[in-house]
Design a protein around this ligand. Structure first.
Ligand code: IMP
Ligand code: ZN
Length: 357
């Protein structure tokens, strides 16, 4: 099949997004509009210039404060959630775990709790517009869930407070499904956040860790593997010894190809860890990381993977269905989504494991 046919297939394929930072999903046009509302033409011009600039790891971490400056209001957060889930649905994503770092913004009347509540309220409203594993009038419904992020800049106490907040909210709503550790990978020490992440585990919340984003951090990587998180993000700069240890754990890896290329974590997809993980049969979920910041979509990531790793339509379908197994969802809801995949397999003309569609 030609590249256009494969692009079409990647879009039509039901997909599951497990690694997407809410503020990183912001549409460029929305960010510019929010900046204009807050600071007029000069602020809008500042956003335009930043969006036109480079996107290496440093530049990306310079872009986030700009997003946070204009998007941390109740109304903007709700808009980010609505637009992210709409964009994901338009791309054929049926389930998404968005993650975000709770922020205090007293001048906007936002505490860390009310920040998360604003996100959850918008997500709940969106989820009410469809049904998990269902489609409304031929339109894909993308069911949203929330992972609460601990930022690597947080102190031990701050990280504990973040996880306590996640635990409290998870008791109030099934939309909160886990905890993440993210933020500038050059900042901080694993021992600072470990007690908070242990608390998440003790309270039954699954954990995903940004892992091996920088070279020469094997000792942190080893501590992270020993913690036994439910998932890992990136694993893009593992040295050979750490890679063998990772393979032995069978911990699923959220792979973000465009993000890793744009941040220059890896030069080509041929040398990307994903190629080796797939060869080893290690569990992998393709994800976007920051679809707005990196200007990508999940179907674009699937198309890249198909081309770089020589995957057939059937292999892409199984790859996507496999991601669902790693979702932080109860088995019953996974089963509803599996049903949706099986119906799609027949429509897409791919044989399914155990079936002959
Ligand atoms: P937020 O948590 O919704 O504000 O999403 C943006 C935040 O996600 C950034 O400030 C970082 O802390 C985190 N983030 C986004 N992309 C990356 C990445 O590639 N590595 C580590 N952290 C990231
Ligand atoms: Zn990330």
């Amino acid at each position: 099949m030609g590249p256009e046919g494969m692009a079409e297939f990647a879009r039509a394929l039901p997909k599951v997004e497990l690694h997407a930072h809410l503020n990183g999903c912001v549409r460029g046009a929305t960010l510019e509009e929010l900046a204009r509302e807050a600071g007029g033409a000069p602020a809008a011009a500042e956003v335009r210039a930043a969006l036109a600039g480079p996107r290496d790891l440093r530049a990306c971490f310079a872009l986030f404060p700009l997003v946070h400056r204009f998007a941390t209001t109740r109304a903007a957060l709700a808009r980010l959630v609505r637009e992210s889930l709409a964009d994901l649905a338009a791309d054929g994503v049926v389930y998404a775990e968005l993650r975000t770092t709770p922020k205090d913004r007293p001048e906007e009347g936002l505490s860390r709790r009310s920040y998360l509540e604003a996100v959850l309220r918008a997500m709940e409203e969106h989820n009410r517009s469809g049904r998990i594993g269902g489609a409304a009038g031929g339109r894909v419904h993308c069911e949203g869930r929330l992972i609460v992020s601990v930022d690597r800049r947080e102190s031990a106490d701050h990280a504990l407070a973040t996880v306590r907040l996640a635990v409290e909210l998870a008791a109030e709503t099934p939309l909160v499904v886990g905890v993440d550790l993210s933020g500038d990978p050059a900042v901080g020490e694993w021992s600072t956040w470990e007690p908070a992440l242990l608390l998440a585990h003790a309270k039954g919340l699954p954990v995903t860790l940004h892992f091996a984003e920088l070279p020469g951090r094997a000792s942190e990587g080893r501590s992270m593997l020993a913690f036994a998180p439910e998932r890992l993000g990136h694993a893009v700069r593992v040295d050979p010894a750490l890679e063998s240890e990772l393979l032995a754990t069978r911990i699923p890896v959220e792979v973000c190809l465009t993000s890793n290329l744009k941040t220059q974590s890896v030069a080509t997809l041929g040398e990307h860890v994903c190629a080796r993980l797939l060869r080893a049969g290690h569990p992998v979920a393709l994800c976007t990381d920051d679809s707005g910041v990196f200007d990508t979509t999940l179907s674009a990531e699937f198309l890249m993977a198909a081309e770089a790793f020589g995957l057939s339509r059937r292999a892409l379908f199984e790859f996507s269905l496999g991601s669902l197994e790693h979702a932080f969802l109860p088995e019953g809801l996974k089963e509803s989504l599996r049903g949706h995949f099986l119906v799609a397999a027949a429509r897409l003309g791919v044989a399914t494991p155990g079936g002959d569609a």
